[in-house]
Every structure is written in C-alpha cells, then in structure tokens.
Design a protein around this ligand. Sequence first.
Ligand SMILES: C[S@@+](CC[C@H](N)C(=O)[O-])C[C@H]1O[C@@H](n2cnc3c(N)ncnc32)[C@H](O)[C@@H]1O
Length: 251
Amino acid sequence: VVDRAISYGDDLAYIHDAGFGHVAQNAATELLRLLGKRGIKRSTTNRVVDLGCGSGILAQAVSAAGYDVLGLDFSDSMLALAARRAPRAEFRRESFFTAEFPPCLAVTAIGEVFNYLFDGRNQDSRPFEVFGRIFSALCPGGLFLFDVAAPGRVAKPGIQRGFSEGPDWACLYAAEEDRRQKTLTRTITTFRREGEFYRRTREVHRLRLYRSEDVKRRLRAAGFRVRILRRYDEYRFPPGWVAFAATKPAR
Ligand SMILES: C[S@@+](CC[C@H](N)C(=O)[O-])C[C@H]1O[C@@H](n2cnc3c(N)ncnc32)[C@H](O)[C@@H]1O
C-alpha cells in the first residue's frame, strides 16, 4: 500500500532538487570515475539503471557523459523534474520491488533508496531480494553503486532537529531513531513560496535501517565482490550512512 500523500510530493521534490542535490551530484562523479577505471566494453550495453532516480540529477550527469540512462522512481513529482532535467534519459514510474531490469552496465540507488518504507512491500530484509535480479541484469564486470542508512544515522538518542532554506523555500525536519526496531522517522515540514504566500506541507518518512555487515553479506551471497565506500567523490558520509561499490565478476 502506498500513501501517495507522503512520498516526495511537489514541494518536497522541488526542495530536494534545489537544496539536496549534492549527494547525487557526487555519486555521479564517483560512478563515472569507477566506470572509467574499469574500462568495461561499452559494446555489450552502456545502460545505467538508476533506482529511486529522484529529480534526475545523476541521470543528467551520466547521460551527458554518453551513457543511456533508465530512471525508476515512485514519485510523479520527482519524475516530472527528472524528465525536464535529463531529456535524453528514459524514466518510468515503478517501484524497484516490481520493476524488470534490462541488461545494463551499472545500477545505482543513491540517497537511502532501499531504506524507505513507501512501498508497503518493503519489509525486513526484502530490499535485499532485489540484489539477485540486479546481478542477473548486469553485464560481466558491471557495477552496482548504492548507499544505505544504518543504525546510528541519528547521532544521539531523542529527536534531532534541523532546518535548511533557499530563496523561495524552507524546510524544518525532526528525525528520531528507534534503536530497538532499527527504524528512523523523519517529519519534514516544507514552506514553498507561491506568489506572495508560502504554502506549508508535511511529509512523514519512515526508513528501515540496515547494518552494513548484513548488506555486505547479502551482496556476496548474490555473487558480488564488495567494497565499502565512506564517500562519493567530495561528499563524505556522516556516521550511520555507508555506500557500496559491488562488482559482478568479469567471468
Ligand atoms: C532521498 S530521494 C533520492 C533521490 C535521488 N536518487 C537523489 O539522490 O537525488 C529517495 C528517492 O527514492 C524513491 N523511492 C523510495 N522508495 C522507492 C521504491 N520502492 N521504488 C522506487 N523509488 C523509490 C523516492 O521516491 C525518492 O525519489
């Protein structure tokens, strides 16, 4: 069951794109560097599949570098921004739980995509089930680059509050981690200028947190070689957030 009202509606999609694009931007640089190092033959496929593509920040950078990009996301508002930002890429409104992955050179999932509980099918370790399908879709030597939020994502017990602002928007957030259940709840209140007024909206996001050792184990079980990353290019993750560069062996 999807609560459409609380998963990156128009205002939060706009704010994510305007104020929180640095993670995807740095992930795109990291991805292009890793693909360049590998020298994988593009003749098989040069497609990059971006799960939870959001507003298309990575898709734009990667398609500008000459790759074919397929972006999948759950949010219509994010996809509308993505189509404008990266017109050469293809976008579909689909959950990674049900989507069929075409043959590809790389798969990405940037910005805690596997943690979100927007899709009611996301329970316990179910997002890991997708690893096998990704492995099958990747060409030999192909790369799976993604990050997950882990226990400790909220540094201290209790509610952590913060805010961000731009010229025509502001957002306030409160995050609380349930250490026992390994879940995180973020309540995000957004203000976006509309004419001379600001519209106020609220989204509540629930995330399940995964230990990096468990993710690594599941990746290995699917056949990947795994490297843990503490940064995407210039963006260094805070504690409780970790990335994986997983490779399908060349043969
Ligand atoms: C924090 S945003 C990151 C967006 C983008 N990757 C970026 O880094 O800018 C997380 C994205 O994951 C998407 N998402 C969450 N669960 C999803 C699912 N089951 N299938 C597809 N997209 C999903 C959300 O709609 C949202 O756009």
